[in-house]
Design a protein around this ligand. Sequence first.
Ligand code: HEM
Length: 355
Amino acid sequence: MSAFEQGRVRPGDDGLANTAAEKLRSMVPAAGAMAYPFLLDGFHLAVSSASGQLPPGRMVLAALCLLAATAAPLLGLACAYWMTKRAPSSFELRARRLAYLSIAAPPLFVLTGVALGLLHIPVSDELVWVAGWLAASLCVLLGSEQQRPAKSAAIAPSIARWRVTHGVAAAVILLYVAFHLTNHLLGLLGPEVHGAVMKIGRTVYRSSVIEPILVALMLFQVAVGARLAWRWSALPADAYRVFQIGSGVYLAAFIVTHLNSALVSARAVHHIDTNWDWASGAPTGLIHDAWSIRLVPHYALGVFFVLAHLASGLRGVLIAHGTATTIANRIWVTGLAGGAMVAVAIMSGLCGVRI
Ligand code: HEM
């Protein structure tokens, strides 16, 4: 346990108050999140061509915009890691948590668009988005600077119980996620195959007993995950822990957004069947629709982070049960690589690739 965790080192012990430049630098993740929708807009502009055939320059620009938008959460992740080096002042802790939140920009931007639609608020998504991040940045910059008590050792046992609960719930949720992602992979064989398998799956996960349990378990997992992320984000952490917290923050936002889109907006309010056409944005498709393009990073990273987050949990369990750290790390890297490949395969299917 580090000196900070034991409470022997206090925030501000290095005698450095945060300078204005340091404070502004800490807002880089929020600036990245603010830029996120404009990268999607850039992509849409680049692929919108009256003649049909895109010139190579526009194609490169489109690819760069989409790549940058999909990689935007990496900026938040890198900044959260960089901000986790020392015992934080109150300001630094707020800035660190904002960096974690910026990782969830893709699902949060989808949530913004869907919520504005549901509430019939005719304001541009981008305007609300930028205003929200500016407000959050101001809260971080102008918040109070009192000394935080170092309390990790005292509440460690209660956190340990939540960690076990989180792991057990994850094992149950994994049953649904494994089916759901396999079902989406089958989209590569065509919407009919996907639809036929989903029809069978729905008899189980949409049954009057299972569906409420599944949704409640998902929301419970989000709440417990948020509690753990809040706690862990205050402590010193290595890159593995930062990734675990960051992927969890993304997933929490993804699950809330996804359930809101599928269960509330599509099914309950608009009475739309949440089938392949709905998921793939038919007939325009995800790529060519100005609104739906936001679903590409949202879905792709949702698949990647759910598998990567599970790999992070598995790494922790393996090390706790005596597996050599080098072997556990290799399994973790394999999990991340596998998650990336599954994400690319599912997105290819959703965007029209068939095998
Ligand atoms: C490419 C990524 C994904 C796509 C396109 C997608 C799409 C869909 C669709 C179409 C439905 C409606 C299913 C139905 O009507 O039977 C759905 C429901 C759902 N999805 Fe996903 N999903 C994705 C990833 C995920 C992930 C990663 C999770 C979990 C972390 C997840 C959790 C759920 C849940 C809990 C439901 C509600 C099930 C129900 O009660 O009907 N999804 N999703």
